[in-house]
Design a protein around this ligand. Sequence first.
Ligand SMILES: Cc1ncc(COP(=O)(O)O)c(C=O)c1O
Length: 1016
Amino acid sequence: MSNNHIPPLPYDSSALPRERARHYIPVTDREIQNMCAAVGVEGLDDLFHHIPPDCRLVPPLALPEELPYDALYEHMVAQSAKNRLPDASFVGDALPHYAVHDLVPFVAGLRELLTAYTPYQPERSQGTLMTQWLYQSCLVALTEFEAINASQYDRATALVEALHTAARLSRHKRTHFLLAGSLFPQDVEVVRTLLQDTLLTFDLVPIDTAHGIVALAALEEQAAACGEQLAGIVFPQAGSLGCLEDVDRLTDLAHAQGAKAIVVIDPMLLATGGLKPPGRFGSEGQGADLLVGEGQPLAIAPHFGGPGLGIFGVRFNRAHRQDIRSAPGRFVGAGTDREGRAAKLLVLSTREQHIRREKATSNICTNQGFVTTLAAAAILGRGEQGMQASCARGHEMARLAARTLTRFHGVELAFPQTPFWNTLTVTVPGSSAALIEAARQHGIHLGVDVSARLPDSTGNHLQLSFSDVHTPSDIERLSGCLTGLIGAPAPEAAAAVTGEFSVPASLRRQTPAQLPDWDADALKTFFAALSEQNISPDLTCYPLGSCTMKYNPYLHEAVANLPGFAALHPEAPVADIQGTLEVLYEIQTYFKAMTGLAAVTTQPVAGAQGELVGLKLFQAYHRSRGETRRDMVLIPHSAHGTNPATATMAGFETMHRGSEVLSGVVEIEAGPNGQMNLEHVRELLARYPGRVAGVMITNPNTSGVFELHFRQVADLIHEDGGLVYMDGANMNAIAGWVDLGALGVDAVHNNLHKTWSIPHGGGGPGDAIVAVSERLVPFLPGDQVVKTAEGYVLERAPQSIGSVHRHFGNVAHKIRAYTYLRALGREGVRRMSAMAVLAARYVHTRLKDHFPTLPEEAADSPRMHEFIITLPPATFERLEAAGIHRNKAIGLFGKLFLDFGFHAPTVSFPEAEGLMIEPTESYTQAELDRFADAVILMLHLVDAQPTILLTVPHFTPVDKIDDVAANKQLVLSEPLMALPEVPPNRIAPAQLAAMPLEAIAKAIQEASSARLEQHH
Ligand SMILES: Cc1ncc(COP(=O)(O)O)c(C=O)c1O
């Protein structure tokens, strides 16, 4: 693609009111003046005056000037063109590039699915829930496991979660694992990084170098030696050299040792006609116990390796009814609403991290939600026949390639006796690295040099992968390229390789997967109807506190999907990926400038993973200083549940004796004003001298208040030898204003799906950037992008903790965030946070005379980007009198927001009786006023007619859903017979947005009265 070819944008930006606003902030200067006057400040600077001056950043920020809309698009097109896409690529390495089904871009454009939050309000999220339900059902059909969650970050981290699950299932009596050497080394590296300093351990069982699979005799021996310690055996179905493992034997072996059989699958290979589903592995067909896999290739292009889609499956049959309670992540279940209508909802959510804190089954919060939605679209779009064809094509092309390649002099199948499906390893004359580079110069990405995976390789092993994008002409192109490089092939196939490379029946699926073949147009109509069941921040203020539901520009979607970015494989040669490396390099630079810290990693894929990186860095730092007794982490009570859950996953398991904490997570008390109690920090440090690895502090905290003692706490912790993690989920309040280095921060994550404007996708994918202080630079995970005279190169930190992602994180999201940063420029970053604070203060000012603010004694503390209100005591009393118990009132009041055409605020977190409201900077004063007016009207409505809360919500497609029943009777998938019905909105959000508020109130009163009467 040349720089002068600018593809037209796939939307009309002039028709989108927020899209063309400077910095995507639609308020006018006049409105800013009005709002400042209303909250009692003279200008935006005043909003930050309470923050200690020595912790503030001095403008200008070291960021470039902002780029106007059209120039920005042109810049990003030119940037994408700096990546060089090959004419043909055979690079796969378990991330093959399949054709992206037509339904995928269509569904990706459905804004209510793309931009919504996690479906915590199921009545207004049936769209997301149904797509994730369909994903679960499709994967159940493919794998023949009974429960597939939706979803983990990627295959590597899903594997870590599987190991934790297996250990939990053995009640932590068994903590050792054997990992097949044929697993993908990138996955093994992530496992190694994340298990360091935890109770879990593993050994790698060598590869049988003659067969390219795990050495079975060695495995048997090692398994026997582990005895009762062995929690699980992990093996791939198709390994990192393309060879198919003897999955039945491996499953039996694990079971014979009383251990879990944990398999790494490729879902595409499980289609009808393909490989054996893991639910049937074993000589008795008993199946494996846990499965993980990578779903990204099912759904989307490689996007330089992220977002991925971690597949996680657990058994949920008669013999294993309870295993699911130990599993991580979200499951969508089937339920009914009050009137018996079928509905979907998140089930088992009592395990969710924000409720269970350090007892949670995982720290995952934002996951890969939208990739599951797209995977459902892709599988249903292809249908049974299409999936079968894609699966078969990869096999057919690999076999054709095997026949073709082995005609070249010196090229041989590395493992001629082992069956393969769509990936094969050959030996080449000379060095495979040199051959790859030579082919690159001819526009071919030949494959992956896998020599390092084989101890006796002489550097001549080459792995090639095939999928449904390949045709026989690609194999001819491959052949032509090799002819130029190593000479013409022999005319006939060599005797040793004339076989058809067939895969034995014991390794293959015997019965169809029975996916449906639904009509393409009907599917489009169906997904479009599903999107209308959700609500998007495009329409109106989406006040979900702590989630920063700001506007997500259309431009970012167009840019992230430019082929130069999207089609790039993370293992493509470095010379061809310079455009993306430059983006990553610039991001490193910008985040250093915006945080005041020394270095940045772009590898983590969500806030919670950023936290985990932070704690792993702390452990590495302490270890490097010989400090091995630091086994405690201090966390304030108001922290998001991911903080303590992360500490547990990192290895800070909490041990108690009575109420005394012996090790692990200790809570810092809050003072009456909701901020950390400095005295309590002192006490804890005195109680656990030299034991505190670090502190995790959310700042501004979840009450929306800047922690004024942050610096003092950091100093105390540092004096004791500990380190300081700042949970940066609320950076939208302070980005560009606060110098985190001066504040004493050692590590901080920025959630790109909050502050940096990437869409939430109904639960993810998110992304995170972690900035660190000088102390932690030597330990950074993954690779740093370094600028040299020859271009951008990758470099490992000297004492790196290893990788936390198999490649570079969710790079498509970094492209979006980079585009956003270029639109904001040095002024816009500060204007963005100031406007977010102004919007919150303005709405709070409008509401605070009607609703008490929480925490009570912090009512007058200056609010940053969010605030918490509760119902007045008299309203609680009226509700009690109407039979609505106090502990239900806030949740039900939240449902009233849905009837007014808004999403609910965050309910009952961090204050049990709180409604946490975060308006963000994306709305005009008139929109904020309408929201505030509506909230006040809701209070009047409830005061006048408290029984309204018995019948809310009224206008969503379904009534309030019975989550207790759905959790008792778990249903997690269904055979897909006919396209499910989509119940219509009774009044759609867009229609509600156009109605006068009084008319909505009247309609609610009428609907409620009618329902109550009907029930009498
Ligand atoms: C304060 C806070 N910390 C941490 C997290 C976890 O971030 P993520 O969901 O990106 O993993 C969240 C997410 O909602 C949050 O609000």
